[in-house]
Design a protein around this ligand. Structure first.
Ligand code: GLU
Length: 419
């Protein structure tokens, strides 16, 4: 029951179940159970007050079987190697579900970036980039934004790498500012993909947007974009939260106003003023009386007690690993349908792939083309996962893991074990 939460163990539990359903022996997929490379670095940073602080950083390259290592960089005060390993493995699976030609990786720095000045943040980013540089490169390993990192930070990574080479290498990182070769549509891509997944799920379940109440946990880039696009789709977004807590309005929140409020000088929801909203806890957002829950914050949010209490009929995972393996069993027992992270939030890495392709070809797309291709790939991935889940009578999470594992194992078989 109260076992210590370990996201890597959770990832393995689902993977093993998917392998069993595929009829694999352990030796068929054993390589996928171990990250190929784990790098831990110490990052000394000159602080504004003249002292030197040393931060801990990680870059895990989980699998390079299907292509270059790919995955975001997270800045968070509680991140550790196990979390980074799980996130890297989920990238491998996500890229395989979306069928983009990448492996999986993830990077992280153990830091609360809200406590750093802009100068400190830049020096930390550049020092981290130098520390992991031996394993980075546009054909090797390509970072991107994740929790608490953004286009500006990606720009510093691109500049640091490029300066060390002596020429511009835009393809070393994705999610960059458009001026540096970033793709149009990349900033909104993950949230847009969440919306496409939610729409596909509503379609197959016969849910009408105008009759669908939604709660969104997390108002970072993914949560805010998802909330806005679900609102534009005609759904009633009734509850949202951020690190400061949640707000609810049964008649529907004014999402455009809220997004504008928090985007302006990165304000917190606790300071949002509107007579119609009530302030609630983060847990109350997760268990709000809604039809759809979109967790878009961190891992380990939908735990067993939350899974027992939550009222949503469907969950669309904008975050990575928001549902623990044990909680997932309860959701299945209760007939709650979850579109898993490796399917639902793949929009980010899909448009990262477009960005990288544009960088390599030096040929840039307009936003329409980006969104059209994103929609096509998200729809195809959903159809494949949904069809398999119907055929095998398994959850969407297991179906997505089965599709991913099958694609990875197929490549492993052809490539073989060297030497
Ligand atoms: N951090 C995002 C994710 O978890 C995007 C990764 C990428 O674009 O490489 O999917």
């Amino acid at each position: 029951m109260n076992k210590q939460y370990n996201p890597y163990e959770d990832m393995l539990e689902v993977l093993d179940e998917a392998a069993k359903l595929l009829g694999y022996d352990e030796h068929d997929y054993i390589t996928v159970k171990y990250p190929e490379r784990e790098l831990k670095v110490s990052i000394p940073v000159k602080m504004d007050d003249g002292t030197i602080q040393v931060f801990e950083g990680y870059r895990v390259q989980h699998s390079g079987l299907r292509g270059p290592y790919k995955g975001g960089i997270r800045y968070h005060e509680h991140v550790d190697m196990d979390e980074t390993k799980a996130l890297a493995a989920w990238m491998t699976l996500k890229c395989a579900v979306a069928n983009v030609p990448y492996g999986g990786a993830k990077g992280a720095v153990r830091v609360d970036p809200s406590k750093l000045s802009r100068g400190e943040l830049e020096r930390l980013t550049r020092a981290y980039t130098v520390a992991i540089m031996p394993i980075l490169g546009p054909e090797i390993d390509i970072p991107a934004p994740d929790v608490n990192t953004n286009a500006e930070i990606m720009g510093w990574i691109m500049d640091t790498y490029s300066k060390s080479k002596g020429y511009s290498v835009p393809g070393v990182v994705t999610g960059k500012p458009v001026e540096l070769g970033g793709s149009l549509g990349r900033a909104a891509a993950t949230g847009r993909g969440v919306m496409y997944t939610a729409r596909n799920l509503m379609n197959v379940l016969g849910m009408k947007p105008e009759e669908t109440k939604v709660a969104v946990q997390g108002m970072g880039n993914v949560g805010a974009t998802s909330a806005l696009l679900m609102h534009q789709l005609g759904c009633k977004v009734v509850a949202v939260s951020d690190v400061s807590g949640g707000i609810i309005c049964e008649d529907g929140l004014d999402i455009p106003a809220i997004v504008e409020f928090i985007n302006h000088k990165r304000r917190l929801l606790k300071d949002y003023k509107n007579d119609k909203v009530r302030f609630i806890s983060n847990e109350e957002v997760l268990t709000a009386d809604v039809d759809m829950l979109i967790p878009a914050a961190l891992q380990n949010q939908i735990t067993e007690p939350i899974a027992r209490k939550l009222k949503a009929k469907v969950i669309v995972e904008g975050a990575n690993g928001p549902t623990t393996a044990d909680a997932d069993k309860i959701l299945n027992e209760r007939g709650i349908i979850a579109a898993p992270d490796i399917l639902a939030n793949a929009g980010g890495v899909i448009v990262s792939y477009f960005e990288w392709v544009q960088n390599i070809q030096n040929l840039y797309w307009d936003e329409d083309e980006v969104n059209r291709n994103l929609e096509r790939i998200m729809n195809r991935a959903f159809e494949e996962v949904y069809a398999l889940s119907q055929e095998k009578k398994v959850s969407l999470r297991l179906a997505a893991n089965m599709i991913a594992l099958k694609r990875i194992v197929a490549v492993q078989k052809i490539r073989g074990i060297f030497p």
